[in-house]
Design a protein around this ligand. Structure first.
Ligand SMILES: Cc1cc2nc3c(=O)[nH]c(=O)nc-3n(C[C@H](O)[C@H](O)[C@H](O)COP(=O)(O)OP(=O)(O)OC[C@H]3O[C@@H](n4cnc5c(N)ncnc54)[C@H](O)[C@@H]3O)c2cc1C
Length: 491
């Protein structure tokens, strides 16, 4: 965006966690904010849905760094949203993630010191590599705790070393394949392969969950409702069930948006908390120079997933306080097909929920590319069911025969594509790989007056990354100096 915005009317496109937190921050600063979302209910990926009375998560399974003085906790503080009302802390058994490989198990504990201890115990021959990795991790974790983390207004490439791909660093350190395999798991949480994952993103994800890890008490629908209620109680206007069709410009500046139902809303600025390729479709072709349009259109995406929600007998399959990753690594430490499992409380009638998520390529669903949710036909349903049954069979290898297992729902990259309006059903938006970093950087500096991105495509994916993207959008809208004055003390 070119300059801090002058007027007071701001439209935010998208009521996901990114759009809603942007709306809350701007309302706190006395802007008149309207958030528009095409879905009937607010929340985007953060919103869960109910099947047979059981709350099924979509895009919030666990979240890191929510303690009062940790980065996400501080952001919740500024937003005025109570962490304790929504979340409980994981790690009663000091384990938040269990990585189960074919021939070894690694536990992700709570705390950076405990993590180092586990790594050194598991990989005594990688001692020199671990010296460097832990030094980097502590440095990045320290940066995340400082207010300047949110005020990084200038060049994000100031620590060039932290933007190297992990693969290159690990080659230099001659890291063992097993260590690589363990380090590869957090990359799955942002949809990037370890080899091409910038050191900073890798370490931010790990550090976030090591600070502290949290699960939702009552599900994502409540989280979405709390965010939406906070926005409207501050005077924000939430328009649901309407798509933004166009962003209108005059003299290179945003002036209004058009909704699909024929209404225009005046806007001094527009925050697009949506995918950048979706944003392109809302702008006239002449709004951006051809080279920038092409660069955005050619951005690589993170992969989609298939997710299975199944109810199981609670007495036979008790709630598991940590997440389980079942992984197969090759001889070089590459992970190709990780599966994520959570067993959580289901309903009060003796049922728990088993959620299973694994990567699924958009191309595998191309036969139904031109169909819409609920109208894809029998062959699609059969394919979904076959894949779900296969995933349940694999789950039985871990949990034993699943008693009273009943598939409640299965979603695919096509479901997510249509639900979020994102290309290829990409889970975490544009791919934050080292080779794509420079191209992505231009997204944070769109050459249109009064237009910026927020949410997972602005800075980083995940709840923490998406909310950080919102703080960054607000910083662009109001300027560094005012941002520091308004939020420095709380951050
Ligand atoms: C399967 C899965 C599991 C995940 N698990 C976790 C996890 O455990 N922890 C974690 O931290 N993160 C997790 N994530 C990531 C996290 O959910 C996302 O990073 C975050 O929710 C993105 O929020 P957002 O606001 O940027 O986008 P979204 O939630 O996608 O919101 C975008 C909104 O924009 C709306 N929209 C799009 N186009 C238009 C238009 N033209 N007009 C009006 N509205 C429009 C959409 O309807 C949508 O509501 C997961 C993601 C997935 C897919």
């Amino acid at each position: 965006m070119r300059n801090p915005v002058e007027g007071k009317n701001i439209v935010v496109i998208g009521a996901g966690v990114g759009g809603l937190s942007t709306g809350i921050l701007l309302s706190l600063l006395d802007y008149h904010v309207t958030i528009v979302d095409k879905n009937r209910e607010p929340g985007g990926l953060m919103r869960s849905y109910s099947r047979r009375g059981i709350d099924c998560p979509v895009g919030v399974h666990y979240v890191g760094a929510l303690d009062t003085f940790e980065p996400l906790g501080k952001m919740f503080g500024v937003l005025g949203i109570s962490v304790d009302d929504l979340f409980y802390r994981m790690g009663d058994e000091r384990v938040t993630d269990r990585y189960i490989f074919d021939d070894f198990v690694f536990d992700l504990p709570v705390g950076i010191d405990a993590y180092e201890k586990n790594l050194r115990k598991a990989f005594p021959l990688d001692s020199a590599a671990l010296d460097v990795l832990m030094k980097n991790l502590r440095e990045i974790a320290g940066t995340m705790m400082a207010p300047s983390f949110f005020l990084n207004s200038g060049n994000p490439f100031q620590h060039m070393d932290h933007f190297r791909p992990m693969g290159e660093l690990l080659d230099d350190l001659a890291a063992s394949p097993r260590l690589r395999a363990v380090l590869a798991v957090p990359c799955q949480l942002i949809g990037v392969q370890l080899n091409d994952c910038p050191v900073i993103f890798h370490h931010m994800v790990v550090a976030g969950y090591l600070f502290s890890s949290w699960r939702l008490k009552d599900g994502g629908a409540k989280m979405a409702d709390v965010f939406a209620a906070r926005f409207t109680e501050l005077g924000g206007n939430l328009i649901l069930n309407q798509s933004v069709r166009k962003i209108n410009l005059e003299g290179g500046n945003v002036v209004s948006i058009s909704l699909d139902k024929g209404v225009d809303l005046p806007a001094d600025a527009v925050v697009a908390a949506i995918h950048p390729k979706t944003l392109l479709g809302l702008l006239d072709e002449s709004a951006l120079r051809a080279s920038l349009r092409e660069r955005i259109a050619a951005l690589e995406e993170t992969d989609g997933v298939i997710a299975v929600q199944a109810s199981v007998d609670a007495a036979a399959h008790g709630e598991v306080d940590y997440n389980i990753y079942r992984l197969h690594a090759d001889e070089r430490g590459f992970i190709d097909d990780g599966i994520f499992y959570q067993i959580r409380r289901g309903d009060d009638q003796g049922t728990n929920l088993l959620s299973i998520i694994t990567r699924s390529l958009y191309n595998d669903w191309s036969s139904w590319e031109n169909t819409l949710t609920g109208r894809r036909g029998a062959a699609y349903e059969e394919k979904k069911l076959a894949m779900a049954c296969d995933l349940l069979r694999k789950a039985e290898e871990l949990f034993g025969p699943l008693k009273n297992a009943l598939i409640l729902d299965v979603f695919t990259p096509l479901t997510l594509r249509d639900y979020m309006n994102c290309p290829e059903g990409s889970c975490y938006g544009v791919l934050r790989s080292a080779r794509q970093l420079l191209k992505i950087a231009s997204l944070n500096n769109l050459p249109i007056g009064g237009l910026c991105l927020a949410g997972q495509n602005a800075m980083a994916p995940g709840v923490m990354g998406s909310i950080m993207g919102s703080f960054n959008a607000v910083r662009q809208l109001i300027g560094d100096q005012r941002f520091a004055g308004e939020f420095n003390r709380q951050l």
